[in-house]
Every structure is written in structure tokens, then in C-alpha cells.
Design a protein around this ligand. Structure first.
Ligand SMILES: [Ca+2]
Length: 138
């Protein structure tokens, strides 16, 4: 009885080892994957953030697009390069946030719909450089 179990085990183990050995080469050679998960669309966005009341530029505001962000410079300008797995289509938005509190004024978050255009040339897939975001003072 004990012998039969041992024999059975060795057969099982032998099979397992054989299977592993047999399949191992398949793991060592990654197959090319042309699925959509590897498609990336580059967004090249630029714009300004200004005070909705005075038109003055707002420095040090945070501008966010699909998880990528930039901080506005002294002249209110910002630029974001983002890579997305899917084009944002009709839902393209940027959000400006006052992240420095009452320094240089206090502003409400502002969301702007944008419409980046597919690029014919260059290496950016979608481009928009004239995104003007106005923030309302609190
Ligand atoms: Ca502020």
C-alpha cells in the first residue's frame, strides 16, 4: 500500500515537473501584444489661468488633466503633456485649483471644457495651446 502511494506521488511529481519544463520556454519568450492596452495617446496642452474679475494672471495654481498636472508660472501660463490609454473625446476637461490658500488671493476651483485637435504632424496626437481658464475669487 505504501509503495503504491509513493509510486503514485512520483508519477504526479514527474508529470508536474514535465509540464513545467514543457511550458517554460513559453514564459521566456514574451509574445508581441498588439492589444489596446498598449495604445497611448499623447496630449500636448498649454494655456493660462487668470482672475475672472480682473483678468490678472494667477501664479501657483494647480492645473490638472487626467491625472497629470502643472503649476502656473508668474504669467499664469501652464503646460501639460499627458499620455492616455483612450482619447478623452467629448469629456476633455482641465481643472484649475487654488492650492496655496490665501496667498495671492483665494479662488474657487474652475473646470474648463477643452477640445484638443488631432495633430497631423509632429509626435503629439492631440494638441491645444490656447486653453484659457478663469477662476472666480472666493
Ligand atoms: Ca491662492
Amino acid at each position: 500500500m505504501k509503495k503504491r502511494i509513493l509510486k503514485g506521488l512520483s508519477v504526479l511529481l514527474g508529470t508536474a515537473v514535465a509540464c513545467e519544463t514543457y511550458y517554460e520556454p513559453a514564459y521566456g519568450v514574451p509574445e508581441p501584444d498588439y492589444g489596446t492596452s498598449y495604445m497611448q495617446f499623447r496630449y500636448d496642452l498649454q494655456g493660462t489661468v487668470t482672475d475672472a474679475g480682473t483678468g490678472d494672471p494667477i501664479p501657483d495654481a494647480k492645473v490638472v488633466f487626467e491625472g497629470s498636472s502643472d503649476t502656473t508660472k508668474a504669467d499664469g501660463s501652464w503646460s501639460i503633456e499627458a499620455w492616455l490609454g483612450d482619447p478623452c473625446g467629448d469629456d476633455c476637461q482641465v481643472v484649475a485649483q487654488d492650492v496655496d490658500g490665501d496667498d495671492n488671493g483665494s479662488y474657487q476651483d474652475s473646470t474648463a471644457d477643452i477640445d484638443p485637435q488631432a495633430a497631423d504632424t509632429g509626435d503629439a496626437d492631440f494638441v491645444q495651446h490656447d486653453i484659457a481658464i478663469e477662476m472666480e475669487p472666493n
